[in-house]
Design a protein around this ligand. Sequence first.
Ligand code: MF3
Ligand code: CO
Length: 255
Amino acid sequence: MPIPIKTPAEIELMRQVCTRAALVLQNLAALVKPGISTLDLDNAARDFMSEAGVESACRHYTVGHLPRFPGYTCISVNETVVHGVPSRKRILQSGDIVTLDVVVRRKSFIGDNARTVLVGDVAPEVATLCKVTEEALYHAIDQARPGNRVHDISHAVERHVRPHNYGIIDQYAGHGVGRGMHEDPQIPNEGAPGTGALLRPGMTLAIEPMIALGTGKLIVAADRWTANTRDGKPSAHYEHTVLVTDNEPEILTRA
Ligand code: MF3
Ligand code: CO
């Protein structure tokens, strides 16, 4: 499938939905504190979405034979890398890290963003994992320029995290986003520079390093969604939806 190039009118709709996705994420992140459950956070996200005039793209999402996703957001604690299912029983504690992944739709267009939030006092090595993963996102975004190729983005992540000996999750990747939650291209978090599809103005890309303190190998839980690291060590995940322009990359998911 060719990579969709958005028209100016579509780009405007992407800007609108992405701004709202960022606002919901910002509001949600502000609620993170020890003692709150991931279901409480998800319920708050539902309310923030309705106030912002957007719908959850996660709620009841399915692909292949997977059960419909039950949450409005994915909320992934510690060893859960992605697709954590909000639960009344999962109560955040000081020392946890929690990834909030907010994907919303408005007027047929989707905005996708995520961030890992630290809960109370987090061990220094875990806080560093988060910091390095967020830095990797910005290095990757800086490669989203016309003339570059998809794996220039991938390589920027790999290059930034490798010296720390972290695990790069290869079972999930970034992706194009627009009318669909997952459009072409796939954007892995490692790869050889100068390879992959050519980037052009008008592409909208969800760039999302997912990086683990230990192994990057995962096990998906019995619920078929929750993806955990095999060694149980924590992982971090930061994501923006970005527009490739003639000039600087434009981060669309800014509140
Ligand atoms: N940002 C996640 C992804 O791109 C959101 C998935 S929504 C869910 O995979 F429904 F699958 F949970
Ligand atoms: Co995504």
